[in-house]
Design a protein around this ligand. Structure first.
Ligand code: A5P
Length: 229
């Protein structure tokens, strides 16, 4: 198994220790979260009782396949713990998420979560966010307008595409703009600016949301609490 896969698996295994019987769990999206979902599935099949809310169709399919009981916002208003990956995490636990295109549901679930735990391999912690292009979810109508406005903030912007050059469409039917800002010294300010832009549904900056980071490093795993929390 490649080293980074091992690190993801170690981080996922450690995060299982935060899950207690009877909890409602937010299930993140991406390759690292998938390790966690498979491990949780094993426990559930052995009789461990939890319910879970998935953050994407992909995650829903995997969790159902693993036999994890699923719920939705008709039945719940808060989530005890969410385990999710990230594309980047800085020392104050601001995140870039959405590399997999699920940032909107991920942020909705994170916003009602008591404890958001981020599981990552050793490539994800950074001093400053921004090497990874920031995904911004926009409505398809007039996406070019949002794109131009984001360019004026100093980013290089690309409409995310899938095979045959068609725009990638999110579960909510929107498009994703991948925005290269370079270094993002103040994620909070950029978050505010993007949020007030017409046509922008959500963006992948998660500010003040995560409480715990679990980082796989080689054969070790580090559990770090948000500084000052
Ligand atoms: C999904 O939309 C993302 O937010 C993922 O959590 C993020 O891209 C991390 O994915 P990996 O665990 O596959 O690196």
């Amino acid at each position: 198994m490649p080293e980074f896969e091992k690190e993801k698996e170690l981080a996922a295994a450690k995060s299982l220790e935060f899950i207690k019987e009877g909890m409602t769990i937010g299930l993140g999206t991406g390759s690292t979260a998938s390790y966690f979902i498979r491990m949780l599935g094993q426990k559930v099949r052995a009789g461990f009782k939890v319910r879970a809310i998935p953050t994407s169709t992909r995650t829903k399919v995997l969790a159902a396949h693993e036999g994890i009981p699923l719920t939705d916002f008709d039945e719940l208003s808060c989530v005890d713990v969410t385990i999710d990956g990230a594309d980047e995490i800085n020392p104050t636990f601001d995140l870039i998420k959405g590399g997999g295109g699920a940032l909107l549901r991920e942020k909705i679930v994170a916003s009602v979560t008591g404890k958001l735990i981020i599981i990552v391999d050793s490539r994800k912690p950074v001093d400053l966010l921004g090497r990874f292009p920031l995904p911004v979810e926009v409505v398809p109508f007039g996406w070019q307008v949002a794109s131009e406005r984001i360019k004026r903030l100093g980013a290089r912007v690309e409409l995310r595409t899938q095979s045959s050059d068609q725009p990638f469409v999110t579960t909510e039917g929107n498009f994703i703009l991948d925005c290269r800002f370079g270094e993002i010294p103040s994620p909070r300010d950029l978050s505010r600016e993007l949020k007030q832009m017409v046509g922008v549904v959500e963006h992948g900056l998660f500010v003040d949301m995560a409480q715990i980071a679990i980082v796989g490093r080689g054969s070790q795993v580090e559990v770090i609490s948000k500084p000052g929390a």
